[in-house]
Ligand binder design. Structure first.
Ligand code: GLA
Length: 353
């Protein structure tokens, strides 16, 4: 295989690793409430190649951005995409792993800004690569935990652990049912005779970080008023009646969404699975207020298609992609028809999966 690393640095890499993006089927904005999620890996991956640096400098090249960053440990950490990489490196060092400067190239197929976790794929690929190069004894769950901390501490998004666990532990064709409090998990098959469709709305996620952090603190306020450690600890919707706006709406989404995930992993029909996805979108739109008109239009077109069981926005919201569960062997017709109608409505969508 062609080595990007060799082309950039002129010597052979000593290790290579990769990790996938993810799409979440159900369980949105539940992970930072200690709840349940149901993501799967997407085929697109982030690949890295690396070697010990020939000097005291970290050297990083991202081929999609055509950006080169170098950094000596005594300097302030550079900003931008490299903060995810240097964040992972710094956290490993803080945990006592002996790590010396590396040269690294990054090539990613995971769409950026579509809600498919390009940052988690980058973090997990980098940590896998460092584990391989230095022979560190770290398991896949610890990789996800360090990756999540890199995102929180260095990219300043107070995210949950779904994306990093999905990138580290999920695979294409299976759902990762994860309890984000205990990290207990099960790998489950996708509903029989279905296929996934992921379409980008063409609207990049905007305000995502600030609104995301705000939703998280609203959930924390709601939990505090209810006297529970996290909204995960409430399953009776009657308990939230007295909460003020918008905390009641936020709590309603999280509690009902957890119930949807738990129902979805039980013995239900594929039609019911689709209904749960549709209900999830309505809840994200009406109670959690993270949808935008473009996502609502796209989801509506998908939901109306006779070959689609269910559809919803996926990821944090405020732009990005929608996921749909469709009848097997209908991907080409559904995507062509839905995209044509979406274009006629004045938008520019793109099929991602
Ligand atoms: C982002 C975060 C995740 C999760 C989702 C919403 O992808 O990184 O932790 O909270 O949003 O479900």
């Amino acid at each position: 295989m062609k080595s990007v690393f060799y082309d950039v640095f002129g010597f052979t890499p000593q290790a290579a690793a990769d990790a996938p993006g993810r799409v979440n089927l159900l369980g949105e904005h539940t992970d930072y409430n200690d709840g349940f999620v149901l993501p799967t890996a997407i085929p697109q991956r982030t690949y890295i190649e690396l070697a010990r640096s020939p000097n005291n400098e970290y050297q990083l090249y991202a081929d999609r951005l055509d950006e080169f960053v170098s950094y000596v440990p005594e300097q302030d950490m550079p900003a931008g995409f490299s903060s995810y990489v240097f964040g992972c490196i710094r956290l490993l060092q803080q945990k006592g792993f002996p790590l010396t400067p590396v040269a690294m190239t990054i090539s990613s197929e995971v769409p950026i800004g579509a809600g498919l976790s390009s940052s988690a794929a980058l973090e997990v690929a980098v940590l896998r690569g460092l584990r391989k190069l230095f022979g560190f004894n770290i398991d896949d769950v610890e990789i996800a935990q360090i990756a999540q901390q890199a995102e929180i501490q260095f990219a300043h998004v107070r995210c949950g652990i779904m994306d990093q666990m999905a990138s580290s532990l999920a695979d294409v064709g299976h759902m990762l049912f994860l309890d984000t409090r205990t990290l207990q998990r099960a790998i489950l098959p996708l509903p029989a005779n279905t296929e996934l469709i992921v379409i980008d709305s063409g609207v990049p996620r905007s305000l995502a970080n600030s609104e995301y952090n705000q939703r998280r603190s609203e959930c924390e306020q709601a939990a505090a008023l209810l006297g529970v450690p996290a909204l995960r600890d409430v399953d009776d919707l009657r308990r939230i009646e007295a909460l003020p706006f918008p905390l009641k709406q936020r709590a309603h989404h999280v509690i009902s969404e957890n119930q949807r995930v738990l129902e979805a992993v039980g013995p239900i029909s594929v039609e019911r699975f689709g209904e749960l996805m549709n209900a999830s979108h309505a809840s994200l739109r009406d109670d959690f207020a993270v949808s935008i008109p473009a996502l609502d239009v796209l989801v509506d077109l998908l939901q109306r298609h006779q070959a689609v069981y269910g559809a919803r926005l996926t990821g944090a919201g405020f732009g990005g992609a929608c996921v749909a569960l469709a009848k097997k062997d209908t991907h080409a017709t559904v995507t062509a028809e839905v995209l044509a109608a979406y274009t006629a409505a004045g938008y520019h969508g793109k099929v991602l999966v």
